[in-house]
Design a protein. Structure first.
Lengths: 288, 409, 342
């Protein structure tokens, strides 16, 4: 009986972590291939097939025409749209989850509609809008900022589709948020503003960071909507797509690897910093 | 309308070109700085009348710049740094005009034209001086009156060196609006180890031994015309040449191919993923483009010009209506038709050059390239090569609908 | 300074909602007009109140709609089955590495999606590792078995692509659960989910295998097909029973899982919606018979310039999605939908 129990305990202990490792491995398989192929010198124009090990692409990661433009644009759009969409979306999430008001249900559903819309429709409809702003009267209304297409139009589109995802993510965090903490703070004399910044915000911060990370990922990887709204600019996904007709250079894999490694590095750092903070906070907030 | 933003983009791009350390003679740099700074005049450049505006030829013209040149990816030679192009650098050194070469600006004919259609329809400068479009889209642009007439006096090399096979196209019979940049062929590709035998005809794709291992191109014009000619060889189709495919012809093709698609014999309609599929053994034989196999074939991959005749498609240089630097664009058209330069380009791009005499000139750069049939199709192949069809709008709708029943979309 | 109470939420939402109004509602109204227009890109589109566009669109592409629903549904189911244990593992066993593990879940987004799909083409190719193992080493499949360009490849692609969308909401939901509740549950319901696990696991396993076989086209929807797939279903049943009775604890079933339902629903919706509108996976991994509605929409928009039909199809798709969401909302309350109060 005790062997069975010990076996069960073993299974209990290791089944879930083993499965987790397996799935993470599955998720990272194409990433591993990408990293591997960044060290490849392909026999032809297309980095599909292993040729021989080479550091050439790493020595010259931007060695393709207009690749640097594409990357700068991608990163710029991602950063700005993340900040904007996270701010706008968090405000909406706060409003929807902490207040009761008429139209709440409708707004709830409305937030979902952009996520329900096929990306092609989002892109095509924005393109028609932007082209329409080339004519009066929309021209003076928008100051001609939305035509011709470029960085700013990509930005507009990315902020638009990111808002809904931010709202959903932050709301999930806000649910079950203990309002008594806020009430306690306000009983102690804090006004709404400082209550928000000193009590609420730090506690929902993980949710906001998760939303920001999601928004950043969606923005940097977006292809369909960006195709319609980019005009003469390029983002990295579009650059890749544009080159595939004639070649698939290893630089693509190199850039992807760099982005991945930098992002992992940031997360690792924030984990270490966060752990240190958590321990300090736990010491302070220990009950009794 | 868009001039301000366009000039900002142009200025930024020209600054970047400048800073990329291309070796410029002092005089050239001075001229480039001057012309880079000049903003295009507000509406003066627009030629609103969609008709004939033959620019004044003769007289010493000065090339203006920078030249805004949009092209597909990997279509111009580059140095080892992967970024600077000898051909373009030498152009700048010779004429003292910067070239804003927008590499991979064009990744899809329809997609690119969608970005300039509003301007063309409004009769305003598109911001581009030189663009490169595939035959059928170039035809539409020319037929819509959206291309500038090219002044022959400015392009003596081009006129002299253009291969005869590429002349006399129905949509521009007198070579007034376009000049080919480079061509490619569509034919049959197969992996000799997987198939175990030689393939020579389009009909070989339908060999029952290859069930589920065959793919066709999702490019409608290529696939339909090749199959049509295959059916003609078997006496199952009309006598229309493939460049004049009618809706009835397409119906016959679709009727023939549909059972093979339903049974899974033809596994998919692909773009150039077939390269990866040959490598993984997923595809044994397919309709393929010559350029991919010329530059990137695996050791067992073979390209064949089918007996029923292959397709030749061309990406063509056009000067859009209202281009500000038309003369410079013409100079560029002429520039790449110099035989030595064309050979250098062809040696890098590895497609079929439109310039006569490249086969000999290229042997100095790469002795084997001159004999490569994928770059220089032999005369008997050329005799059976057909350009891609171009359709009226009504026909095109119907044909695309029929094709989509095959591809399932 | 005394603002009326009801104004505050609207003030908070104003910037975001205005942005959505200008750049989502407005353009889509134009699209609605387009869906009721007729004409061609050459002659221009005129608003002719052509309601026929909708009827025609719906009638011409029934297979594509069916494919979208089936593959999207399967992808949702599979992402749930794979994603739930993953989210559970990160939330309860992740410890200090939670953030890192979560990031690794999103990591695929940081590669170009083209690279991802090409990588899968290579992995799933006929001479690739997966087939090699299944065919040569384990002899599970016949010699001419192929994954690429089958519904299996499309569903695999969709599952892979949308797994993070399922995992993240599940994680958020699970992580919030008060651990004292779980401890209490463990005290009350110690041990594995023996009886229930056996029955439900067996039934679930067999059913899952059956559904997969039929939906992916490996078994005909007929009596013969059913009989032919019975052996595999039995295997699935055993596997399900094993997992259910040994690995699932009773406290999980009675306490943890119900508390995580908001995350389950949020994740399901976040996967199902984009999955049925997707076209990349069907285009690059599928064949002509597996094309989804998204492919038709893309083809009509970009290749055939048939904007009215494309717009009509898009709105039919959106309508179907919104109906599904509305049903969810009815059953659960709109709060539930967006992760609001349970």
């Amino acid at each position: 009986m005790s062997t069975a129990r010990r076996m069960r305990a073993l299974v209990d202990r290791w089944a879930v972590p083993a499965f987790t490792a397996l799935v993470i491995g599955y998720l990272l398989l194409p990433v591993a291939i990408m990293i591997a192929f960044s060290f490849n010198d392909p026999p032809g124009r297309f980095n599909f097939v292993w040729g021989e090990f080479s550091l050439a692409a790493w020595g010259n990661p931007l060695g393709r025409p207009r690749l640097d433009d594409a990357i700068t644009t991608s990163l710029g759009v991602a950063v700005v749209s993340t900040v904007a969409a996270t701010s706008l979306g968090t405000l909406i999430a706060l409003a929807l989850s902490r207040y009761q008001f008429r139209g709440q249900g409708a707004t709830n559903l409305f937030i979902f509609v952009p996520m329900a819309t096929p990306e092609i429709v989002l892109g095509a409809s924005l393109l028609t809008l932007f082209v329409a702003t080339a004519q009066e009267p929309l021209r003076t209304l928008t100051g001609g900022a939305l035509f011709p297409l470029g960085f700013q139009t990509i930005l507009v589109a990315h902020i638009m589709f990111n808002i809904s995802y931010v709202v959903v993510t932050v709301r999930a965090r806000l649910q079950g948020f203990d309002r008594r903490l806020e009430e306690a703070a306000m009983d102690l004399g804090a006004n709404e503003w400082s209550t928000f910044w000193r009590v609420t915000f730090p506690l929902i911060f993980p949710g906001i960071m998760a939303a920001a990370l999601l928004a950043f990922s969606l923005s940097i990887d977006d292809f369909i909507i960006t195709t319609f709204t980019a005009g003469t600019s390029n983002t990295f996904p579009i650059w890749v797509w544009a080159s595939i007709r004639n070649n698939l250079p290893p630089q693509i894999h190199v850039i992807g690897t760099i982005i991945f490694v930098v992002a992992v590095g940031l997360v690792v750092i924030s984990t270490i910093v966060g752990n240190r903070n958590n321990r300090a906070a736990a010491a302070v907030l220990a009950p009794r | 309308m868009s001039e301000h933003a366009t000039s900002r983009i142009q200025a930024a791009l020209s600054r970047r070109r400048f800073l990329q350390g291309t070796t410029l003679a002092g005089f050239g740099a001075f001229l480039a700085a001057c012309s880079g700074g000049s903003s295009p005049s507000p509406t003066g450049a627009a030629s609103p009348a969609p008709g004939d505006t033959t620019p004044p030829s003769s007289g010493p013209q000065q090339p203006t710049g920078p030249l805004n040149f949009a092209n597909w990816d990997a279509y111009v030679d580059v140095e080892d740094d992967g970024v600077t192009s000898p051909t373009l650098v030498e152009f700048t050194e010779t004429y003292g005009v910067e070239v804003n070469y927008a590499n991979a600006q064009i990744e899809d004919n329809a997609g690119f034209v969608a970005t300039i259609r509003p301007q063309l329809q409004a009769g305003v400068d598109t911001g581009w001086d030189l663009i490169v479009l595939t035959d059928w889209m170039a035809a539409k642009i020319v037929e819509a009156g959206w291309a500038e007439k090219i002044d022959e006096a400015n392009i003596p090399d081009a006129v002299a060196n253009l291969r005869d096979e590429l002349k006399g196209l129905p949509w521009d019979p007198n070579q007034e609006y376009h000049y080919p940049w480079q061509s490619g062929a569509t034919g049959i590709g197969y992996n000799s180890v997987s198939t175990g035998r030689e393939l020579t005809k389009v009909a070989d794709l339908f060999d029952p031994a290859f069930a589920t291992k065959v793919t066709l191109l999702n490019e409608v014009r290529d696939t339909l015309s090749l199959i049509h000619r295959m059916l003609q060889a078997q006496g199952l189709a009309s006598d229309n040449p493939s460049e004049e495919l009618t809706v009835e012809d397409v119906q016959a093709v679709v009727d023939y191919v549909q059972p093979f698609v339903d049974s899974g014999h033809i596994r998919a309609f692909t773009g150039n993923e077939y390269l990866a599929d040959f490598g993984t053994g997923t595809t044994w034989a397919a309709i393929v483009w010559s350029g991919d196999l010329a530059s990137s074939a695996g050791p067992d991959d073979v390209f064949v010009y089918p007996e029923e005749g292959s397709n030749i498609w061309t990406d063509n240089m056009l000067i859009p209506k209202g281009a500000k630097n038309k003369y410079t664009a013409e100079l560029m058209v002429n520039w790449v038709y110099d035989v030595e330069r064309a050979a250098r380009l062809a040696n890098w791009i590895y497609y079929i050059s439109p310039v006569n005499g490249v086969a000999d000139a290229i042997t100095e750069l790469d002795p084997e390239a001159g004999d490569n049939p994928l770059l220089f199709p032999p005369a008997d192949v050329v005799a059976k090569q057909h350009p891609l069809p171009n359709w009226s709008e009504a026909d095109e709708s119907a044909i695309l609908d029929l094709f989509s029943t095959l591809t399932g979309e | 300074m005394r603002r009326p109470r009801w104004l505050i939420p609207w003030l908070l939402m104003a910037p975001g909602l205005l942005w959505l109004l200008a750049f989502f509602v407005l353009p889509n109204l134009q699209m609605v007009a387009m869906s009721l227009s007729s004409g061609t890109i050459g002659t221009g589109f005129q608003l002719t109140w052509e309601f026929n566009n909708y009827l025609g669109a719906f009638g011409r592409f029934p297979d594509n709609f069916r494919n979208s629903l089936v593959y999207g549904g399967l992808a949702t189911l599979l992402t749930f089955l794979i994603g739930y244990p993953l989210a559970y593992g990160i939330a309860f066993r992740g410890g200090r590495y939670k953030n890192l593990l979560l990031f690794l879940v999103i990591a695929p987004f940081f590669t170009s999606f083209l690279i991802r799909v090409i990588s899968w083409r290579i992995i799933l190719g006929d001479n690739g590792p997966i087939i090699a193992i299944a065919r040569d080493v384990l002899s599970l499949v016949p010699a001419n078995f192929s994954i690429i360009n089958t519904p299996l490849a499309v569903v695999s692609g969709l599952t892979y692509q949308f797994l993070p969308f399922m995992v993240l909401p599940l994680y958020v939901s699970l992580e919030k659960i008060d651990h004292r509740l779980i401890e209490a549950a463990r005290d009350l319901y110690a041990g594995p989910w023996r009886r229930g696990g056996l029955v439900w696991g067996a039934a679930g396993g067999a059913l899952l295998v059956g559904v997969l076989l039929f939906a992916l086209g490996y078994a005909d929807p007929s009596l013969d097909g059913l009989l032919g797939s019975l052996p595999v279903m039995v295997v699935g049943g055993f596997a399900g029973a094993g997992i259910g009775s040994l690995l699932v604890s009773e406290s999980f079933v009675r306490v943890t899982f119900p508390l995580s339902l908001p995350g389950v629903f949020a994740g399901s919706i976040l996967v199902f919606i984009p999955a049925i509108g997707d076209f990349v996976n069907a285009e690059l991994l599928g064949n002509p018979k597996t094309q989804m509605v998204g492919n038709v929409i893309q083809g009509r928009f970009l290749q055939q310039n048939d904007y009215p039909t494309a717009a009509a199809l898009s709105f039919i798709l959106m309508a179907a999605i919104l109906v599904a969401i509305a049903i969810y909302a009815r059953v659960l309350g709109t709060e539930e939908l967006t992760g609001g109060r349970a």
